[in-house]
Design a protein around this ligand. Structure first.
Ligand SMILES: [Zn+2]
Length: 291
């Protein structure tokens, strides 16, 4: 089966083409926060046609319900946009749309074979995905761990709230804080620089602590067997893992404090998850109307 998978992220749009489980092509382009939804649909359609795909899986940064984007902190133009309906109608093939962290969580579930797991994406934004009893918790606003309040009078978040996890450890929030501290370095440079700068070291430890609080609060809700971190910032987990594990262990019930926290190790987990979810769409007859 030929599947076109897309990841619509705050920084990049990615497209991957799978043919019988093999990745055969990959494309990446910069995304614009004020891009009209129609241009995004055109991008998806064009790539899908190029590949002659039979199904489409779309991973998107934002809350998704029945294929409609309820709210996307990174793309305000998308709020309320029925992306699945638009793509499905124009492409005429099976289409799924799911939140990006949920896609990644599903990929991790298929690969790590755990009944209950928590996936956290640490990138421009902070996302969460939950597998419970082998099911993906999906629909409405679900597993939005990035927008749990952990510091009531904390910094303003893109969602309008204050002190969300994302407003403290999201890539954009880290950049904002670095500037405020007078450092003109990227998030990627931060971790290396923290080896030789005590102030940055302290800052990185604080990020780790906040992550631990978020993971602990989420874990106390459903007792995951495995906690997986994905996204670009998770690649630097070694720099703050001690602070995360310490903060996590202090806050969870004893039974959970040895829960492994690992890096996903899955390349483009969102794309892989979107592809795996697209594969699960049941076949429908050609006469059936695409809603
Ligand atoms: Zn928020």
């Amino acid at each position: 089966m030929k599947i076109a998978a897309f990841d619509l992220g705050g920084t990049n749009y990615k497209a991957a083409f799978f043919e019988n489980d093999r990745l055969t092509a990959f494309d990446q382009t910069n995304s614009l926060s004020d891009m009209p939804p129609e241009d995004t649909i055109e991008y998806i359609l064009q790539k899908t046609r190029e590949f002659n795909a039979e199904a489409i899986g779309i991973s998107v940064a934002g809350a998704v319900e029945n294929g409609t984007i309820l709210q996307s902190p990174n793309f305000t133009n998308f709020d309320g946009f029925p992306i699945k309906k638009s793509v499905k109608r124009a492409a005429g093939i099976k289409t799924i749309v799911e939140n990006d962290a949920n896609c990644a969580a599903w990929a991790a579930h298929v690969i790590y074979k755990k009944e209950r797991l928590l996936f956290m994406t640490l990138g421009t934004g902070v996302g969460g995905g939950i597998i419970y009893d082998n099911h993906l918790i999906s629909g409405g606003v679900s597993a939005e761990i990035g927008h749990m309040t952990i510091l009531p009078s904390g910094p303003r978040c893109h969602c309008g709230n204050r002190g969300c996890v994302e407003s403290l450890i999201g890539g954009w929030a880290i950049r904002r804080e670095l500037e405020r501290m007078g450092y003109h370095i990227s998030v990627k440079e931060l971790f290396k620089a923290s080896e030789h700068d005590r102030r940055l070291r302290k800052f990185v430890m604080r990020l780790g602590e906040y992550l631990g609080i978020a993971i602990a609060s989420a874990s106390n809700l459903f007792s995951p067997e495995l906690i997986i971190l994905g996204g670009k910032i998770s690649l630097s987990f070694d720099y703050f893992s001690a602070a995360t594990i310490r903060s996590f262990s202090r806050r969870v019930f004893k039974r959970l404090n040895k829960t492994p926290i690992i890096n996903s190790g899955i390349d483009h987990a969102e794309l892989v998850g979107a592809k795996l979810l697209a594969e699960r769409i049941p076949n429908i007859s050609k006469d059936e109307k695409y809603d």
